[in-house]
Write a new protein. Structure first.
Length: 352
């Protein structure tokens, strides 16, 4: 077993070697220096105990000189100086040996107590670390519970908004269907349904506008674990936009540089101005809305008469009705020719 002096010598050699190293390991140097100081204190304590034992032995020998055996000293009892010195030396050695044994036992008990104290301190430190870890875990658990409750609230709100949006979409779709029916009926009343390309163009313009206003890049959340808000840049204009997580799906995120460049090239072209539906309808080709041409009616100056002649009687009226009925199923040209002949008949009869 290594003695205290040997321990001091070993630690001193280790400290000298560490100080000679380059670069210096300050942590190892400090630990070795602390251990060396502890060993030196232990050695000094042992030396002090040895001095106490020596002093106790001297006091013991002095006590032998003062011992009284019915008026006789120990020297007188032994009867000779040599015998007295021999006895005192042996008694002194026995006393020192016994005291040294007691000192060793005491030192062992002290070391054992120190070891137990060190173990207790280590266990206490471990318990404190575990308590801190438990506190941190409880704090994180509470934060997670709060975040979960908040996320559930956001989910419920989003579900409610989604349901309202679906109802609004259904209402708008029904309104669009009604408008389509009204447009179709109105067009049939005007002899044909004009299926213009303006609606398709309008849809395309609206879709392009939505893409332009909602396509973003460099999306940065405010929190990596549980983001609530986002900051991004519009690809078309580099304008910074902010939105919360409930509107994240409303935006189209681009991460590829080629896609971003292609998007900017596509939407950097000047936007087409919106056209008036009436202008679009009138600018369509004849194959979509053919124009009916009607022949010009001849004009004639009529004499002033107070009323139609008597020849325009019931028969003429019947003829007029029959002519009108006869127009059913005829073409526009045939109906106009019949009307022209009928009008000129009135004119000739009035002039005659």
């Amino acid at each position: 077993m290594e003695s205290t002096q040997q321990k001091v010598d070993r630690l001193q050699a280790e400290l000298d070697a560490l100080n000679a190293q380059s670069p210096r390991n300050e942590t190892a140097i400090n630990q070795t220096a602390i251990a060396l100081d502890e060993a030196k204190r232990e050695l000094a304590q042992q030396a002090a105990e040895q001095i106490k034992i020596q002093d106790a032995a001297i006091e013991f020998v002095s006590a032998l000189d003062t011992m009284d055996f019915d008026g006789l000293t120990l020297r007188q009892v032994i009867g000779s100086e040599d015998g007295y010195q021999l006895v005192t030396i042996e008694l002194k050695k026995a006393f020192i040996a016994q005291a040294d044994e007691f000192s060793k036992q005491l030192t062992g008990e002290i070391e054992q107590r120190l070891q137990l104290q060190s173990m207790f301190d280590a266990v206490s430190a471990k318990i404190q670390a575990q308590d801190k870890e438990i506190d941190d875990t409880n704090r994180l658990l509470n934060e997670e519970k709060f975040a979960r409750a908040q996320a559930e609230q956001y989910r419920d709100n989003a579900a409610k908004q989604l349901e309202e949006a679906k109802k609004e979409v259904e209402r708008l779709n029904a309104q669009v269907d009604d408008l389509r029916k009204e447009i179709a009926v109105g067009a049939r009343e005007a002899y044909k349904v004009v299926d213009t390309e303006a609606e398709a163009q309008k849809k395309k313009e609206l879709a392009d506008k939505i893409r332009k206003d909602r396509t973003v890049y460099d999306v940065v959340p405010d929190n990596v674990i549980n983001p609530k808000n986002y900051t991004a840049k519009l690809v078309a204009t580099d304008e910074v936009v902010n939105y919360n997580w409930t509107k994240k799906n409303f935006y189209i995120e681009l991460t590829d540089e080629n896609e971003i460049l292609q998007f900017r090239q596509q939407y950097s072209q000047p936007e087409a101005t919106e056209s008036d539906p009436a202008e679009v309808a009138t600018s369509l080709p004849d194959s979509v809305t053919p124009e009916e041409t009607f022949p010009d009616l001849p004009s004639a100056e009529l004499p002033e008469v107070s009323s139609l002649p008597n020849t325009v009687d019931q028969g003429q009226q019947n003829g007029e009705v029959s002519a009108a009925n006869a127009g059913q199923g005829q073409t526009v040209e045939e109906r106009l020719s019949a009307l022209e002949a009928h009008v000129f008949g009135y004119v000739k009869q009035a002039v005659a």
